[in-house]
Design a protein around this ligand. Sequence first.
Ligand SMILES: [Zn+2]
Ligand SMILES: [Zn+2]
Length: 290
Amino acid sequence: MKHFFGGASRRRKRENPNRPQRGADLRLDIEVEFREAIFGAEKEVEVNHLENCLDCNGTGAKKGSKMITCNTCGGIGQVQQTQRTLFGSFTQVTICPRCNGEGKWPEEKCKTCRGNGKVNKTKKIKIKIPAGVDTGAKLRVPNEGDAGLNGGPNGDLYVVLHVLNDKEGIYERKGNDIYMELPLSYYQVALGDEVEVQLLDEKTKINIPPGTQPGKIITLKGKGVPILGTDGIRRGDFHIVINIIVPKKVSSEEEKLLRELASISKGSIPKRKEENSFLNILKHALHMDK
Ligand SMILES: [Zn+2]
Ligand SMILES: [Zn+2]
């Protein structure tokens, strides 16, 4: 915008006001589903832009209408104004206010565009979302901005993406990495287990070693989000965060066994290793929020 306001008037002095001018670039913000951003997608978007009026070919004149030369500027599109001050007189060249720099206008205006030469149109455009995009990614769609002036080229359309969170709340994305909580029972972590885990696009079995602590992170390298521009060859990591679920209610049989277990291990509260301390788990959680 600064460019437009700052440079335009000075440049116009020497340049022909009827010269071709490029149309404005447009910005369109769209939401992209969690999985669409990860694996890519084709989407249809609606853009509202200025197109050349087909009825008058962008001239703004009714078919067969003559063009009238502006009598304020004599057709050059500019006027000179002389100001007298204490320090002398200054001549300033400005755009002709009568014809808005065009130098001429049609005797009869085109009815479709009311003489503007342009019409506002909503157009459906198919765009390709590459795999691995994240919020803030800008896709350039050439020529789908506003139509140019005097036969100038169209502007471009910039589609700005906003990636939504996983609807089911299973996966959390941080850049190209994915975090997923894996709830396990006390028995599974105490005795060890093999658990099937649903990754982004495949299932895999992971081994839970006996004595696994809550907050432990099992990282599967290269099973995260495809890295943009690598055709899915390179991917981020998939992190499985172990959580231990304490049952809210136990059956009477379970209770009996638990009481027995409690009496066996009475007084022996297991010590945690330093790296699995509650504080360290908290630090890890904070790190995830970076
Ligand atoms: Zn028209
Ligand atoms: Zn004029």
